[in-house]
Design a protein around this ligand. Structure first.
Ligand code: GLU
Length: 446
């Protein structure tokens, strides 16, 4: 329920942003949580902080023309929504996926504001991307696309202005091609303008692993306050991209058993435990599909179009995409014995699913807290770039772990202080919001 003081604000967001269902969902979820913070800080309402937070500072939409290997002209649409820079330069990933549209980029950019605030690092919120589909494209096609996108986007970027990174469909390879084009156009080796770079040319160790590792660290913190641990627990991780792979890696290092993963084509159930080396070979080296996994692992069953949440587990990590886990899925997971959920993806659980988990007392870590390790490590990459330094894996992983512990503590304590103990959704929304709102008040009406 949205506090009545915020009903008009929400109605206005719906009216001004028609048809953007995911953006409405993301705003609705934050507004449902922050009522008590508005009561506590009347100056936030006076300064119309919420109305300002819901309106991006700048939205850029542009044409991205490129040619296939056969010489056929293609036209895609590029986006960058620079949502909020009260805490630092705009920061957030670029997503290349056919489902990308303005509403998706706005939902992701909006979430990013609060996520970045929770890290306690100096980064504002943004998101971008394109409806370009990299699936089945050759290296040269993807490179030409990245160069064309950057030829327009570069004028909006800068290490003190806007610092993109990867998201779905954008990894180290794409960041390399975009960084190369930025460097060529500007004639500047401006390392801090993009994160997720390769380690030989300005990247940070642990950035690749950070989102997945961070989600597991957050999960461990949630279990710890309940006097529980992750060792020996059966886990299911949806997806098989970068976030899922490194969530699985950390779960295995911590002694858990991971019995399922997925891609958009189907699901793998491997009761003996996912063989991470095989999965990495297929996804990272061959850029293949997980249906190949079951051919190499006799213990595994591949189900085309199956529902991963039907696989029994104690811990679920949705690491694929938005709204992939519904109310029905949450009910099924609970019936199968699920006690904890940490979101590695952005908004993967539907509002109904979140309610089902919370009503059942499942430890539920929302994405803006649980998956903040990726962007936090991007901020550590920016620190290393600024000081022309590079840190060891151990040091960087230690920083990541303590950042995730800090995020957990601030969500946990904020939820308690506002009368919703154990509710990490309320804790994350209020803690993130308060930090941004304080900075916005301090910076005046801009
Ligand atoms: N796309 C990631 C996220 O959703 C990382 C963004 C970044 O590192 O800037 O947080």
């Amino acid at each position: 329920m949205i506090d009545e003081k915020l009903e008009d604000v929400y109605a206005e967001v719906l009216r001004r942003n028609p048809g953007e269902a995911e953006f409405h969902q993301a705003v609705g979820e934050v507004l449902e949580s922050i009522g008590p913070a508005i009561t506590k800080h009347p100056e936030f309402a006076r300064r119309k902080i919420i109305q300002r937070i819901c309106e991006p500072e700048r939205q850029i939409i542009f044409r991205v023309p490129w040619e296939t290997d056969d010489g056929e002209v293609q036209i895609n649409r590029g986006f960058r929504v620079e949502f909020n820079s009260a805490l630092g330069p705009y920061k957030g990933g670029l997503r290349f996926h056919p489902t990308v549209n303005l509403g998706i980029v706005k939902f992701l950019g909006f979430e990013q504001i609060f996520k970045n605030a929770l890290t306690n690092l100096p980064i504002g919120g943004a998101k971008g991307g394109s409806d370009f589909d990299p699936k089945g494209r050759s290296d040269s096609e993807v490179m030409r696309f990245c160069q064309s996108l950057m030829t327009e986007l570069y004028r909006h970027l800068g290490e003190y202005t806007d610092v993109p990174a990867g998201d779905t469909g954008v990894g180290g390879r794409e960041i390399g091609w975009m960084f190369g084009q930025y460097k060529r156009i500007t004639n500047r080796y401006e390392s801090g303008v993009l994160t997720g770079k390769g380690i030989e040319w300005g990247g940070s160790l642990v950035r690749t692993e950070a989102t997945g590792y961070g989600a597991v660290f957050f999960l461990e913190e949630m279990l710890k306050v309940r006097g529980q641990g992750i060792e020996g627990r059966t886990c299911v991780v949806s997806g098989s991209g970068n976030v899922a792979i490194y969530a699985i890696e950390k779960l295995l290092q911590e002694g858990a058993v991971v019995v399922g993963c997925s891609d958009s084509g189907g699901i793998i159930h491997d009761p003996d435990g996912i063989d991470l080396a095989v999965l990495k070979e297929i996804k990272e080296v061959e850029r293949g599909r997980i249906c190949d996994y079951s051919e190499r692992r006799p213990s595994a069953v591949y189900t085309e179009g199956g529902n991963i949440w039907d696989i029994p587990c104690e811990v679920a990590l949705p690491c694929a995409t938005q709204n992939e886990l519904t109310g029905r899925d949450a009910t099924k997971l609970i019936a199968n014995g699920c006690i904890a959920v940490a979101e590695g993806a952005n908004m993967p659980t539907s509002p109904e699913g979140v309610r089902v988990f919370q009503d059942a007392g499942v430890a539920f870590g929302p994405g803006k807290a649980a998956n903040a390790g990726g962007v936090a490590t991007s901020a550590l990459e920016m620190q290393q770039n600024a000081s022309r330094d590079s840190w060891s894996f151990e040091h960087t992983e230690g920083r990541l772990r303590s950042i995730m512990e800090g995020i957990h503590a601030s969500c946990y304590e904020t939820a308690e202080a506002y009368g919703s103990p154990g509710n990490y959704v309320v804790g994350a929304n209020i803690a993130g919001f308060e930090r941004v709102a304080r900075a916005m008040v301090a910076l005046g009406l801009i």
